[in-house]
Design a protein. Structure first.
Length: 389
């Protein structure tokens, strides 16, 4: 009988219950539910604390289907939003109350500022993106002075956590570059540097995505309003392409900004099953990103049998080199040329789709879950040794 990877309990301690933070705005929500489901399979209960805009009815329903996961929500502004710090402080009190009320063994923060709190238990900060690296990549300049307080709060959170995780080495490097997150301990007061830093790739459940008979269209998906996705480049080249370009996702940001979608066929925010179908039938997936610490949508497209055309940036190179075509984000002519060449070469599309699908196996949900369980075990073991003197 085949035994699930998490049915074999390793001789390492596991938390009984974890407090995990999230928001319902983008990929962090998908990541949190995927990891929460994996932890549930391993016998670890999850208190999922969402901040920012309220989860939709569909998101709440998805969370409710996960055994061992309980969803909490408060509409506190997120740390990357305008004037958030009073809300961030109040959210810290709410989160600490949840940790105590539910007697959690470990805190998993998908944000930065709350890593500086005294949790009385191990705390992990996971870096999904950050404003300073986003600004440099998207705007081509350093973030302006109004982000000075954000920089200080992120730095304090990174140094307060027992572990810092990122989904790519490129994102870990960004934390060091912009926040000095991993300076040598001798240069810092004791206890003010993370003890552990790790790359743990994000993962998706391959069973949710299926290659289907392909149709002649290009697909893109995600937070279309986020300039980092560079949807504007697709809109610019779409009129010259032989195939239409479909985009799925929210076009309006939480702060009211909108995506430039002229010449694109917008599908709106699709339910997961519908998005998987669109990806399954897409002839090409395009993500000419200026900034993307991981890119869950590219992984979903690869699992759906799409050849990938991606922005030529360090993180996407790290993950997909040899299994995707890369284009400079600031070169629309290169994007149009690469897409058109693929459209006109069915054999190349098949070859690149196969390469992407093979590479996607590295970024499985099982590998992600195993990575976090190992990290949790290491932190709990360290805490117990320290408690014993």
């Amino acid at each position: 009988m085949h035994m699930h990877a998490f049915d074999r309990r390793p001789p390492h301690p596991r938390p009984r219950r974890v407090l995990m933070t999230t928001d319902a705005v983008g990929g962090v929500w998908t990541y949190a539910l995927e990891l929460g489901a994996l932890l549930g399979e391993a016998g670890v209960a999850v208190e999922l604390a969402a901040m920012g805009p309220a989860p939709s009815a569909e998101q709440r329903e998805a969370a409710g289907r996960i055994p061992g996961l309980r969803l909490h929500h408060r509409p506190y502004r997120l740390e990357w939003m305008e004037a958030p710090w009073e809300d961030v402080a109040q959210a810290g009190g709410w989160l600490r109350g949840l940790a105590e009320a539910h007697d959690v063994d470990l805190v998993h923060l998908n944000g930065y500022a709350h890593g500086a709190l005294d949790w009385g238990r191990p705390a992990v900060v996971v870096a999904h993106s950050c404003v300073l690296s986003w600004w440099q990549a998207v705007k081509g300049e350093s973030a302006p002075a109004e982000w000075t307080r954000y920089r200080a709060k992120v730095s304090a959170g990174l140094r307060g956590a027992q572990a810092v995780v990122a989904p790519t080495a490129a994102m870990l490097d960004a934390l060091e570059r912009y926040y000095g997150a991993f300076e040598r301990r001798r240069r810092l007061r004791p206890g003010h540097a993370p003890r552990t830093r790790r790359v743990i790739h994000n993962g998706r459940d391959a069973r949710l995505f299926h290659p289907r008979p392909k149709r002649p269209y290009v697909m893109a998906a995600g937070r279309l309003w986020d300039e980092a996705k560079n949807i504007a480049a697709l809109a610019q080249v779409a009129p010259s392409l032989p195939w239409p370009v479909y985009v799925a996702g929210d076009t309006e940001s939480p702060d009211g900004g909108t995506a430039p979608c002229a010449h694109l066929r917008t599908l709106g925010a699709l339910p997961p099953v519908m998005l998987a179908r669109w990806l399954g039938e897409a002839g090409i997936y395009a993500l000419p990103a200026r900034y993307e610490p991981f890119g869950l949508s590219a992984l979903e497209a690869a699992l759906s049998g799409c050849p990938l055309v991606l922005g030529d940036i360090p993180s996407l190179r790290e993950l997909w080199s040899g299994a995707a075509h890369f284009v400079p984000p600031d070169d629309p002519a290169a994007l149009a040329y690469t897409l058109t060449a693929l459209m006109n070469d069915p054999a190349a599309r098949v070859t690149m789709a196969r390469a992407a699908l093979v590479r996607a196996q590295r970024y499985s949900r099982a590998a992600m879950g195993a990575g976090y369980l190992r990290l949790y075990a290491d932190l709990i073991t360290t805490e117990r040794k320290q408690a014993c003197g």
